[in-house]
Ligand binder design. Structure first.
Ligand code: F0G
Length: 473
């Protein structure tokens, strides 16, 4: 076992000296949840093509579809909303946002965007030319889509063990530096505009990257003129894993670790809807002036003026405050601690989950749930639908449907990891909700052999997982 803080499950087992963590906040306002019957849920599934993205949120009990834009804002953030300076140009809230990013992430030049993919679009259009190659630590759906739409080819250079759901590695999100060097030797450094490095790799199960790894990537890339660009979406959570697992960081704060990590990169794009604790927002940041100038110009075409980038002034204020709240050690510990609580409960019941438990979600191993289902019958999608049917809990497929099709052969891409993600919003649900979730997962696991899989009956061209429709077999 790694030396990290245990979840409350461990402390609960001890007779004496028990010390649990608890959320570093109290609840000031509540939103009622709706409980449905099995018949209602079956009807909702039929109506939504057995795709959890198409279910109405009013028909959901505990919503673990995503941690994106689903966080609860603090009273300070809501107070910030009232201080929105809704000027078209030069809003004071933009300058607050710029200062917060400079202070905690350390980059020089900032471009706000409406959300993460707006930032991905701009950076891809500015840096990628047709024929370019982009190495990265496992793909993310929207990130790769924008890289490919700009004419690039994505290459997964994550360490092999990341594709094995059961193998333990403290930094399963690391880039395999030999794979990176081999790609550089094959295509040439001038064909690689940047390395696409994500903190806590979403598709790998929320697995972190070590400080040693980013330092080494920097050493390889800098002399060759290859940029290191960070997907900072869940970098704060990555910083906690470094604090817990990497030698020399136990006494450093989350803010210090975040700042150091970013210092080895040339810039970042951000979906502020995650770590940064807002319901909408994103940003891009770079150190180099020339790239900034191009980004600042392009943002005007696609998002809005460079001092608002598709956001209202009030959104930028809530975001600036969210950035500061997000790097508080107590906050990050309880956030990841809650995810770990759910994961360890499932592990105790021998339910197959991706190990170790990641930062933002517990990933169920749908292949191991349904060993009788071939990947073409969409085990991950099936499990998400079964969970909803059992209890009204909403999760998300992260397997063959999310991976999409090969642009050349037209066949499904077949990722090794066929997962269903239980994603925990920040500061929203309690430990009791986690118990209810775990019990529903257990019920689905016990009934797994009766499940027959799904057939896809409608498939959109881009990012098909959002809108595809299925029929149970
Ligand atoms: N990068 C990562 C690692 C992400 O997880 C996401 C979004 C994005 C970029 C794109 O940001 O949604 O603000 O446009 N992930 C969400 C999820 C959708 O559910 O994992 P966005």
């Amino acid at each position: 076992m790694s030396p990290e803080m245990s979840s409350n499950l461990h402390t609960m087992g001890q007779q004496h000296g028990r010390r649990s963590w608890a959320e570093p906040w109290k609840i000031k306002m509540v939103e009622p949840l709706k409980v449905t019957t099995r018949e209602q849920r079956l009807a909702a599934l039929d109506e939504s093509g057995w795709n959890t993205f198409l279910i109405k949120s009013q028909d959901v009990y505990i919503d673990l579809l995503t941690d994106s834009g689903t966080s609860a804002m603090s009273d300070r953030q809501w107070a910030g909303i009232m201080l929105g300076d809704e000027a078209y140009a030069g809003s004071v809230n933009f300058y607050h946002l710029e200062a917060a990013i400079q202070r905690y992430y350390g980059y020089r030049h900032i471009v706000p965007t409406h959300q993460g993919r707006g930032a991905e679009h701009l950076i891809s259009q500015v840096l990628i030319k047709p024929g370019h190659h982009i190495p990265g630590n496992m793909y993310f759906t929207t990130t790769r889509e924008h890289q490919e739409m700009a004419g690039g080819t994505f290459h997964d250079v994550i360490i092999d063990i990341a594709h094995d759901s059961q193998a333990y590695h403290p930094f399963k999100g690391n880039i395999d530096v030999d794979k990176l060097k081999a790609l550089i030797a094959e295509v040439g450094a001038d064909k690689i505009p940047y390395v696409s490095l994500a903190g806590t790799v979403n598709m790998a199960g929320g697995q972190p990257v070590s400080m040693a790894n980013v330092r080494e990537i920097r050493e390889v890339c800098e002399p060759l003129g290859i940029r290191v660009m960070l997907d900072a979406t869940r970098m704060v959570e990555n910083a906690l894993f470094i604090q817990e697992r990497e030698e020399g960081y136990a006494d450093k704060s989350i803010a210090e670790i975040l700042f150091e990590f970013c210092s080895y990169t040339d810039g970042a794009w951000m979906s502020a809807k995650k770590d940064n604790l807002v319901n909408i927002g994103g940003w891009l940041a770079v150190n180099d002036w020339d790239t900034f100038e191009e980004l600042r110009n392009l943002v005007v075409v696609f998002e809005g003026l460079h001092t608002y980038g598709g956001l209202a002034g009030r959104d930028m204020e809530a975001l600036a405050i969210g950035i500061e709240e997000a790097v508080q050690d107590e906050h990050v510990r309880s956030r990841v601690g809650q995810v770990r609580y759910l994961g360890e409960l499932l592990e105790q019941w021998n339910i197959p989950v991706v190990k170790p438990i990641g930062g933002h979600a517990v990933f169920l191993d749908a292949r191991a749930f349904y060993p009788h289902l071939p990947q073409d019958l969409f085990p991950g999608q099936t499990l998400a639908a079964q969970l909803y049917l059992d209890s009204g809990i909403r999760s998300m497929e992260r397997g063959i449907v999310s991976a999409g099709r090969d642009h050349v052969t037209g066949d499904h891409k077949r990722p090794k990891l066929e997962l269903t993600r239980l994603t925990i919003p920040r500061r929203v649900y309690t430990q009791a909700h986690m118990d209810v979730v775990a019990e529903s997962v257990k019920a689905c696991y016990d009934a797994a052999s009766e499940v027959k899989g799904l057939e896809m009956v409608y498939e959109p061209k881009y990012l098909r997982f959002f809108q595809a429709r299925f029929r149970p077999l």
